[in-house]
Design a protein around this ligand. Structure first.
Ligand code: ZN
Length: 343
């Protein structure tokens, strides 16, 4: 699915000045001062988020993603150096931390919401894993061993996890997430089900937005997109299941948020193929975003838009954030970063 009629002269001129590029940034969690998250590629500090918005405000043209796609479809030229902000996964800090900062700069972002975790107020499997790993390492190790979902070397590290400091604990559990991400989801789900059972008996922190907060985000003028029903990788599901994840999530979100349109779709873990993209088209969405690293020009496939994941993972940012972002958005590092970030 491609957009835009070709006017060769105008098009090549635009390419030359790079004015038709749209850079879409991906965020997951924005972490308050003094806190950290055990999956660094999913977390950006509040300080760096503020710095980044200030940079965008000064040197780039901000446009919301729904609006940018409408313009691309109509063949209207986007402002020079256009940037859109997107948030995946529906974490509560998107409401408690992000909204005020966005408001300060008058920027509207797009929030891709996973329906079931919000509806059930059920934390993601990786957060459950962290909770049980730090509080009940014995049960964690027992079930990991029973379901044979983790390498023995990693399970033995879990046994002694209480003696480790916070940083090392986080690294061990992140390694578990990495390993489980490569396991077929059905096998992983069985293990996670056991861990979930353990958390039911304990006070667990609600990490995700609730519907009232989603509505409030919308009320502030931001956009809501779909991040499926269950946040499972779509190419691993049956055709019927994948279709349901795509169309039912749109129907439920539309009902929840009223008149507003749900235009955008975000593939969980960036997992898609042509068949899945076709279902997104048939589902009535106007565009879909992936995790492919890069910017998009006016000929971009609107159902496979590239983005740039922004986190504190690139440690040097802590020292010279604005310069790094500036260079990064220019596309200078794309080849190097694409390899590093495809993990
Ligand atoms: Zn996600």
């Amino acid at each position: 699915m491609f957009v835009g009629k070709t006017n060769i002269h105008r098009n090549s001129l635009r390419k030359l000045v790079g004015s038709d590029n749209i850079t879409i940034l991906t965020f997951h969690r924005i972490i308050p001062e003094g806190e950290n998250y055990f999956i660094p590629p999913m977390a950006l500090s509040t300080k760096n988020f503020r710095n980044l918005l200030q940079l965008i405000d000064r040197h780039f043209s901000y446009i919301s993603l729904d609006e940018a796609v409408l313009k691309l479809r109509e063949g209207v030229q986007l402002p020079k150096r256009s940037i859109s902000l997107t948030f995946d996964d529906g974490y509560r800090d998107n409401f408690t931390v992000v909204l005020d900062i966005l408001n300060k700069y008058g920027m509207k972002a797009t929030f891709f919401i996973p329906v079931n975790p919000i509806e059930k107020q059920e934390n993601y499997w990786w957060d459950i894993l962290y909770q049980v790993g730090t509080n009940d390492a014995k049960s964690f190790a027992y079930f990991a061993h029973q379901h044979q979902v983790l390498p023995k070397s990693l399970i033995s590290l879990i046994h002694d996890i209480r003696e480790k400091n916070n940083g090392v604990r986080g690294e061990i559990l992140r390694e578990c997430v990495r390993s489980l991400n490569m396991t077929a989801y059905i096998k992983r789900e069985q293990f996670v089900k056991e861990l979930r059972q353990i958390t039911l008996n304990s006070q667990s922190q609600h990490l995700l937005l609730n519907w009232d907060e989603v509505k409030e985000i919308l009320k502030k003028g931001h956009e809501i997109g779909s991040h499926t029903l269950s946040h499972r990788p779509l190419t691993q599901l049956s055709e019927a299941e994948a279709r349901k994840e795509i169309s039912e999530s749109k129907a439920i979100l539309s009902k929840k948020i009223g008149q507003q349109q749900v235009m955008g779709f975000s593939y969980p873990r960036g997992d898609w193929n042509q068949k899945i993209a076709d279902m997104v088209v048939e589902g009535g969405y106007s565009y879909a975003v992936t995790t492919r690293y890069g910017s998009n020009n006016r000929n971009a496939n609107l159902y496979a838009l590239a983005r740039r994941n922004i986190s504190d993972y690139q440690g040097i940012r802590a020292y010279m954030p604005t310069v790094m972002y500036w260079l990064e958005f220019s596309g200078i590092f794309d080849k190097v970063l694409a390899a590093r970030r495809s993990e």
